[in-house]
Design a binder for this molecule. Structure first.
Ligand code: F6P
Length: 377
């Protein structure tokens, strides 16, 4: 499609909310309306709004004053285009979505989101919807981009929490365990753990041995430092649990019959349920093994809330404006990735369904170890 043909685009935000989404909506909207003279329609609550035709025609008035506002003015949801709960029934809404896209005479759709959003975008691109995506998630787990919108702010919040936990840990000679988000990736915990000076950092990529963590804490006690800060990712697992998850994943991958697939899924969901209280378990185990008192702080949604950092505002504005430029040049089925100070279009298919985990040889891990941080292994 040539540049001149674009008249109207749609935009939506999907997946978990994160700081910087409004800055991205603003950037796309201002560049589309102001610079190109396009119309822009915002769909409410992610792909759900596109399926149910719930939208708002965005004007300059909607784009002013939102740069510094957290969350997303469009609303969001984790709905999948091919498995959406409508009136209590799971439905494939892909055809309805394509119909609404055409009915609005959209020339392109901008989807801002993380891994799930990229997968859904891919499904729609396969049906002929012209899509460009932007990477957003506090987890920083989208491949082929240096950064995702929301990560920098969440990193700042989690770091400040680790900082603040030091004084109470120190005063009471306790172990304080901070649980940090990130789903299956350890970026947020590793980054905040290093920046906040945590003594132990546990990430999903490095299954831990509780005895080794206890030994590290006991060593500190012997040196008369009777407090320790443990930054633990919500997805961090003991070596035994990680082996059980891997076995269940292997079983799911090998399952051929509906029955086998059902069993494998059930086993995985049982493991997930058991794992849900893991941070509290770590605290109990460390108390038992060190004789020190342990307390837990689960940071939770605080990490996704509030004003975006300047880094996220800058990233969102860079990616949002580049997205409009790329659309004007005819781009489709791409994600606008951050590369150095610039951007790089990457095919959505090379991103969808993939996770960027912390590689074992990542310099952040080496740095953490070099300053004496116990990584649990
Ligand atoms: O993807 C962002 C994130 O905050 C993850 O860190 C966390 O695992 C997940 O979302 C929680 O999802 P929800 O808000 O849907 O419960």
């Amino acid at each position: 499609m040539s540049a001149k043909q674009i008249k109207r685009i749609g935009i939506l935000t999907a997946g978990g909310d994160s700081p910087g989404l409004n800055a991205a909506i603003r950037a796309v909207g201002k560049a589309a309306i102001g610079e190109r003279g396009w119309e822009i329609i915002g769909f409410r609550d992610g792909y759900l709004g596109l399926a149910q035709d719930s939208f708002i025609a965005l004007g300059k008035e909607h784009l002013s004053g939102i740069l510094t506002v957290g969350g997303t003015v469009l609303g969001t949801s984790r709905d999948k285009v091919h498995r959406m709960m409508i009136d209590g029934v799971e439905r494939d809404m892909t055809k309805a979505i394509v119909r609404n896209y055409r009915r609005h005479r959209l020339d392109a759709l901008v989807c801002i989101g993380g891994g799930g959003t990229q997968k859904n975008a891919m499904r729609l691109a396969e049906l002929g919807v012209r899509i460009v995506t932007l990477p957003k998630t506090i987890d920083n787990d989208v491949p082929l981009t240096d950064a995702t919108i929301g990560f920098d702010t969440a990193l700042g919040i989690a770091t400040e929490a680790v900082d603040r936990l030091h004084s109470t840990a120190h005063s009471h000679h306790r172990i304080i365990i901070a649980e940090i988000m990130g789903h299956k990736a350890g970026w947020l915990t590793l980054g905040a753990g290093i920046s906040g000076g945590a003594d132990v950092i546990l990430i999903p990529e490095i299954p831990y041995d509780i005895e080794k963590i206890a030994a590290a804490i006991r060593r500190r006690s012997k040196l008369d430092t009777k407090f320790s800060i443990v930054a633990v990712a919500e997805g961090a697992k003991s070596q035994e649990d990680a082996a059980a998850f891997e076995a269940a994943e292997r079983r799911r991958a090998k399952a051929r019959t509906v029955e086998d697939k059902g069993f494998a899924r059930l086993r995985l969901s049982e493991l997930e349920t058991e794992h849900a209280g893991n941070t509290l378990r770590v605290a109990k185990q460390l108390e038992g093994l060190t004789g020190l008192e342990a307390r837990v702080t689960i940071l939770g949604y605080v990490q996704r809330g509030g004003t975006p950092s300047f880094g996220d505002r800058l990233l969102a504005t860079r990616l949002g404006t580049a997205c409009v430029d790329l659309l004007a040049k005819g781009a489709e089925s791409i994600m606008v990735a951050a590369r150095g100070h610039g951007v790089q279009p990457v095919p959505i298919e090379s991103v969808a369904g993939r996770l960027k985990l912390v590689p074992m040889d990542h310099p952040w891990i080496a740095s953490a170890r070099s300053v004496g941080t116990c990584m649990g292994d």
